[in-house]
Design a protein around this ligand. Structure first.
Ligand code: FAD
Length: 411
């Protein structure tokens, strides 16, 4: 098995494949520890996956937090993570340099081989770009320039949001689906050890207009905070938005107690795209599956992608295991079924909801009303972070159904 990319989804696929006894090679074009532009926020969904991979103790060396502080229109609410039968009620903030190196080395420990500094530059299959099998990949060692043809029975395409390898297989993004754009930088802050992450739901452009999206301040516990903003393509004026300017403005009006300023900045911010709602596909080819950002697996409600990288990587491993056990590549279709069962309706509702939120007036109404009610915002947190309990028809589920009905009517 060949896994292209050693981020969350690739390393998770490699871990679960190797753990099941399969022969797996990960090619990662950078060397660990490598920087990846991210907010570094791990929600309970991510923590659950990391703990399942045996990384609970390693995580405890990082900064743990208990919930989210939401701020908007002059109001502030501290919302703890909900109690849930399947997920812990805490998260962590860990730089991706540390996190991705940790998971890749965990995959190695259970038997995966990881080639660092190795880029998959093209599929091996002659008809790969027109729906034929990938067959493996031509892999270039970026240090020596040596090229190797790696033949593989199955390929996991886990090369992230830009997914050049995916595009070489003829995969594309549904342009009608929402796309996120986010930018982040690091700052020194006296509040670096706080146990709540902070989210500002009323970010503004240079003229003071509220823009659909949010600003965040995530404490790392090591003297630094990760500061960023994310915006949505569902907003009419999206193409004209300058995220660097939005970020500068956010740093200017964020609460003074964080001490964010050009002086406390630890370097220029960097940004990236967030493909959401399973908007990249097809997710299954004759001998490959797409995981994480390469398959557009980011949660459209909140822009979270790490948990969905781990989860889709795990689904990919399980499906490939099934195809090998039955000696039948057609079993890969089961991966699509798993994605639909797990995320289908939720992501459809999330995408429709984000289209509604793209209308600034509706967003102001929704957030402005929500901030008056702790209970309502607790439900919203549960829904947006995909932590609604299946086992009870609680208020969050009722609220989710209401949002689903609203979104279905609007779409
Ligand atoms: C500004 C920003 C903030 C974000 N904040 C958060 C957050 O706080 N929490 C959260 O959950 N999500 C966040 N996300 C989303 C999250 O970063 C992604 O969803 C997540 O990284 C997806 O994991 P992945 O494994 O699919 O892809 P990636 O993490 O992008 O990993 C892909 C890997 O493949 C390698 N690669 C690429 N091409 C090749 C090739 N041809 N050959 C070999 N290797 C290759 C890359 O070097 C990389 O290591 C944020 C995203 C952005 C842009």
């Amino acid at each position: 098995m060949l896994v292209v990319g050693g981020g969350p989804s690739g390393s998770s696929a490699a871990y679960w494949l190797a753990d099941a006894g399969y022969d797996v090679l990960v090619v990662e074009k950078k060397h660990f520890p490598r920087v990846k532009t991210c907010g570094d926020g791990l929600t309970p969904r991510s923590v659950r996956q990391l703990e399942d991979m045996g990384l609970g103790d390693a995580l405890r060396r990082h900064h743990r937090y208990d919930g989210l502080r939401a701020l908007a229109f002059g109001k502030e609410l501290e919302l703890s993570w909900p109690v849930h039968p399947e997920f812990p009620s805490y998260g962590y903030v860990v730089t991706r340099a540390d996190l991705d190196a940790l998971v890749a080395s965990r995959a190695e420990k259970v038997g995966a081989t990881v080639w660092q500094g190795s880029e998959a530059v093209a599929p091996l299959g002659a008809d790969a770009s027109s729906g034929g099998p990938a067959g493996g990949a031509v892999v270039v060692d970026r240090d020596s320039g040596n090229r190797t043809e790696v033949a593989a029975r199955y390929v996991v395409v886990a090369d992230g949001a830009n997914s050049r390898f995916g595009r070489a297989l003829g995969v594309s993004r549904d342009r009608s689906a929402p796309l996120g754009m986010a930018i982040r930088g690091y700052y020194e802050s006296p509040r670096h050890a706080e146990t709540f992450i902070e989210s500002h739901l009323d970010i503004r452009d240079s003229t003071g207009n509220v823009v659909p999206g949010y600003g965040w301040i995530f404490p790392l516990g090591d003297g630094r905070v990760n500061v960023g903003i994310g915006v949505l393509s569902t907003f009419g004026g999206w193409k004209q938005l300058n995220t660097t300017k939005l970020m500068d403005a956010f740093v200017g009006y964020a609460p003074a107690s964080w001490c964010l300023s050009p002086e406390s900045s630890l370097g220029p911010p960097t940004g990236g795209r967030l493909p959401m709602g399973l908007s990249v596909g097809p997710h299954v080819g004759p001998d490959y599956v797409l995981t994480g950002d390469a398959g557009g697996a980011i949660n459209p409600f909140n822009g979270e992608g790490i948990a969905y990288g781990y989860e889709t990587g795990r689904f990919a491993a399980a499906t490939i295991g099934e195809a090998i056990a039955r000696d039948d590549p057609a079993q890969l279709a089961g991966y699509d079924d798993l994605l639909s069962e797990t995320y289908g309706l939720y992501y459809k509702v999330g995408s429709a909801f984000m289209k509604l939120m793209g209308r600034g007036d509706l967003m102001r109404l929704f957030v402005g009303t929500g901030m008056y009610s702790r209970t309502l915002m607790e439900w919203v947190l549960q829904i947006m972070s995909n932590l609604v309990r299946e086992d009870e028809l609680g208020p969050a589920e009722a609220a989710y159904r209401a949002i689903a009905a609203l979104a279905r009517r609007a779409s």
